[in-house]
Structures are given as structure tokens and as C-alpha cells.
Design a protein around this ligand. Structure first.
Ligand code: PMP
Length: 360
């Protein structure tokens, strides 16, 4: 069977054992005589899938009982709007740290709804780093602080989260489940599934129950977190197949030794590629500053557009796909989420080394 080296930014690689398990029970799930996709979302068989996904997420991320876990639709992009709709009160403002296009989009939506303030930004440097020296003061009139934990496009990642008494909200779309995490540092965590959690279609939201008590009431029912929390994410038809796939991915994460092991492996994978970049005498230029580098998206440029084109063409021939950088950064990006095997990163590093030696 042909499997390619998949460095797509999302939707992206899924663990092979997960795909195989899904395939093996595709036509007849749990002796139901139906595919998971054909089950009623109100059936007992589906309910077990739903509860299992929730329970596994709770165990894997050590989510305390004081948090709700929601499975929503609309991607992380809908969360950009749902968060201010629910939590940005009229007399308050939302703080933002801008670290890339996704935080800009989150800010734009919040601006449509209420008052905001950018307290730190690396925009002037085309988002090459995660700002560190900022203070989080004037607590009384601040509803929350929003950050993007990993910047998929620019290849930067928070290595230490801000310590603040202000409710902290994080878009973790591109690094959730990639490393150990103290959920209690956050009031809301949200993530579209299509990188480390499963296929696209489900958005995971983890939120502190306390916060729900203070949520705005005068918004449409379907946009209230309270609606989904009170109905166990079954207010309307959930993306059942994506939730099923999420449960398989979580089982896989556990079978691989949990987040500690996954984190170790992700670091090993990323360091392999960064090492080639660093030792290439400036041939490969990393986009991110060293202490802000992402373990999920490795971004770099080559000396010219011709070389970038040749690199991508050669890579394609050798079965490496998805290496083209986002248009706002240019160059190349290797997205090396949990499901990208160590072997794929080894092969890519070898390829990058040879290409540099031949073209330097
Ligand atoms: N935030 C981040 C960090 C992302 O990487 C993405 C998608 N690549 C989004 C938000 C938007 O997600 P969606 O397409 O699920 O709305």
C-alpha cells in the first residue's frame, strides 16, 4: 500500500493504526450492522462513542471536573466569534497578544462585538517571535486575554504561557495534544480537530464551568456555550463520524504512552529538521527566532525563488508532500503533527541535507 510522507498543515496526517481501525469497523460498527456514520446521534451505540471521546480527552489532558468539554462545529473560526459573544461584556475589553494571522482573525471578530486592546504583538517583525515582555494589568475592566498557542503559518509557539489572574483563552488548534499541558492555567481552550485531534468537522472546546455563569445571555441559542454544555453537545446533530475518529486518535495517543511520550517524540522530530537548518551555513533560513520555534510547524526559506521551486519539485518527486509555505511567509513549511512518524522527519532531514549540499 502506498503511503506518502504527509507534511500538510491541516487537514493533515492521521495515525495509520487509527485509519486501519476505522476501516475495519467501517461497515459494521460494534455489531450494529451499520457504519458509525449511519447511527442515530440519539442511539445508545452512538452515545457510547460520544462519552468515550469525552472521557479519553479528559484523561489524556487531565481535565478537572470543574471544566466542560464540548464538541462543536464551525471550526476554530466560529470560536473567534463565539468567545466574544459569550464572554466579552459591554463594560469590559478583551486583551490580545498578536502572534500571527489566526490571532489577527480572532481579534477582528472580537472587534465586531466589543472593545479590545492589543497588549503585545510581533507583527512588525512579520511574526518571527512570541512576545515576552508585556504586562497584564488593569484587571478590573478586562474580560479575558486571548492567545494563539501555536502559529501554524509562521511556525512559532508559546513555550511558557502568561501568568495572569485575567481569564486566559487559547486557540490551540495546531498544538493541542502535542505536549503536556496544565489545563488549569486556562479558562477556555479551543481547537479545530484537523491537526492533532482527527479529521476536520469537530471543534473541541474545554471551558471552566465558572465562566459560563458570567456569560452573556442576549445571543442566539446555538451560539451560547451554555446551550451545548447543558445538552452534552447534543443540542443539535453533532459531527458523529469526526467525534468517533477523535476517540480513536485519543486511544492511539494513550497506546503510544500519553502526552509525555508524544511530547518527547515531537521534540526529537522537530530538532532533527532544525539541526539541518542551523547547520546549513545560511542556505535554509528559519522564519522563527530560536526561542519561539514551533515543534509542530517548521518554517524556513531558501536563498531564491528558483531554489524554493526546485526544492519543492524534488521533494514532491520523492513523495514528500505539503512542504510549500503559506503565502504570507513564502518558502517552505514542514508540519510535523503527532501522526507524522519519526521516520518521515528522518527522511526529510536527509533530503534537505542532500539538497543543501548540492545547491549551496
Ligand atoms: N487557528 C489556528 C491556529 C489554525 O491553524 C487554524 C486553521 N489552520 C484556525 C484557527 C482556523 O481553523 P478552522 O479552519 O477550523 O476554522
Amino acid at each position: 500500500m502506498k503511503r506518502i510522507y504527509n507534511f500538510n498543515a491541516g487537514p493533515s496526517a492521521l495515525p495509520l493504526p487509527v485509519l486501519e481501525k476505522a476501516q475495519s469497523e467501517f461497515l459494521n460498527f460494534n455489531e450494529s450492522g451499520m457504519s458509525v456514520m449511519e447511527l442515530s446521534h440519539r442511539s445508545k451505540t452512538y452515545d457510547e462513542v460520544h462519552q468515550k471521546a469525552k472521557q479519553l480527552l479528559k484523561e489524556t489532558l487531565h481535565i478537572p471536573d470543574s471544566y466542560d468539554i464540548l464538541f462543536l462545529q464551525g471550526g476554530a473560526s466560529l470560536q473567534f466569534a463565539m468567545i466574544p459573544l459569550n464572554f466579552l461584556q459591554e463594560n469590559k475589553k478583551a486583551y490580545f497578544v498578536l502572534t500571527g494571522s489566526w490571532s489577527e482573525k480572532a481579534l477582528k471578530e472580537a472587534n465586531n462585538i466589543g472593545k479590545t486592546e492589543v497588549i503585545a504583538s510581533s507583527k512588525d517583525s512579520n511574526y518571527t517571535f512570541i512576545p515576552k515582555d508585556f504586562s497584564v494589568d488593569s484587571i478590573d475592566d478586562v474580560a479575558y486575554l486571548h492567545i494563539t498557542s501555536n502559529n501554524t503559518i509562521y511556525g512559532t509557539q508559546w513555550q511558557q504561557f502568561p501568568n495572569s489572574t485575567i481569564p486566559l483563552i487559547a486557540d490551540m488548534s495546531s498544538d493541542i495534544l502535542s505536549r503536556e499541558l496544565n489545563v488549569e492555567q486556562f479558562d477556555v481552550i479551543y481547537a479545530g480537530a484537523q491537526k492533532n485531534l482527527g479529521p476536520s468537522g469537530v471543534t473541541v472546546v474545554i471551558l471552566k464551568k465558572d465562566l459560563l455563569e458570567k456569560a452573556n445571555e442576549n445571543i442566539p441559542t446555538i451560539l451560547k456555550y451554555k446551550t451545548h454544555a447543558s445538552k452534552n453537545s447534543l443540542y443539535n446533530t453533532p459531527p458523529t463520524f469526526s467525534i468517533y475518529m477523535l476517540s480513536l486518535v485519543l486511544e492511539w495517543v494513550q497506546s503510544e504512552g500519553g502526552l509525555a511520550k508524544i511530547e518527547q517524540r515531537n521534540k526529537q522530530k522537530a530538532e532533527m529538521i532544525y539541526q539541518i537548518i542551523d547547520e546549513s551555513e545560511g542556505f535554509y533560513k528559519p522564519h522563527a527566532e530560536k526561542d519561539s520555534r514551533s515543534y509542530m510547524n517548521v518554517t524556513f526559506t531558501l536563498p531564491s525563488d528558483e531554489l524554493t521551486k526546485a526544492f519543492l519539485e524534488k521533494a514532491n518527486e520523492q513523495q514528500f508532500i505539503g512542504l510549500n509555505g503559506h503565502r504570507s511567509v513564502g518558502g517552505c513549511r514542514a508540519s510535523i503533527y503527532n501522526a507524522v512518524p519519526v521516520e518521515a522527519c528522518e527522511k526529510l532531514s536527509e533530503f534537505m541535507y542532500k539538497f543543501y549540499k548540492q545547491n549551496y
